[in-house]
Design a protein around this ligand. Sequence first.
Ligand code: NAD
Length: 253
Amino acid sequence: MGILEGKRLLITGVLMDSSIAFHVAKVAQEEGAEVVLTSFGRTMKITQTISRRLPTTPPVIELDVTNQDDLDTLAERTKEHVDSLDGVLHSIGFAPQGAFDFLGGTWEDASTALHTSAYSLKALAVGALPLMQDGGSIVGLTFDAKFAWPVYDWMGVAKAAFESTNRYLARDLGPKRVRANLVAAGPIRTTAAKSIPGFEQFERVWGARAPLGWDVNDPIPAARACVALLSDWFPATTGEIVHVDGGVHAMGQ
Ligand code: NAD
């Protein structure tokens, strides 16, 4: 029996089959979960095509995480496919190109990054909450925001806000028996990663510093950690950040 047998999950962020969320959906289905995906706007058709590469083709519903109407109707539209939810994956990140220039970035650049990549965790959680009456698990993906990285700039600030949002969610959803945790993944070559100018600088850092080594083409370790956090195997863990980075976060240099 898989560790997600009988669980119903809402999974955001499947764009390509390189997406971390694609691999979470795949491992989750292999572990017994029933999955509903979200996508938005012109990426909907791509997500629908890619979703056919999963072991079972899941339904895909519309969710632009910055669109209040989409959020307000999320539970109702999800309910057309599953009666309730045991888990939600937030695998969403976006920042305009200007956000990858710390001193030059405008408030518009920074606020778009914060809205789409940080506030959206709270927005998604509140949107899904009506379907989580029996408790559950919300999991998101971060890039360790303790440090000022090369090139990450306002996206790094957004990730710091995202990590803080996770802690506040843990505070407010704990009494409802909903856990909120993040996986801090090392660099993985996805569409979002390729849009970061100078992403190869991260690859160099990981190549030099990861005691376990690190493969930028392998999203499976991060996906498995997400699945573990979505399962019943972390029943007393919330507000946590699990590092899946080959050990880089623990090294002095
Ligand atoms: P990806 O490009 O495959 O996924 C990003 C997703 O965000 C896409 O599916 C995109 O459609 C979605 N998205 C963007 N704006 C949205 C909006 N307004 N509403 C709804 N969805 C929206 O890239 P990925 O690397 O799989 O990214 C997933 C998550 O993992 C992000 O939070 C990212 O910051 C995080 N992460 C990635 C890495 C990495 O190196 N790739 C490392 C650590 C954390």
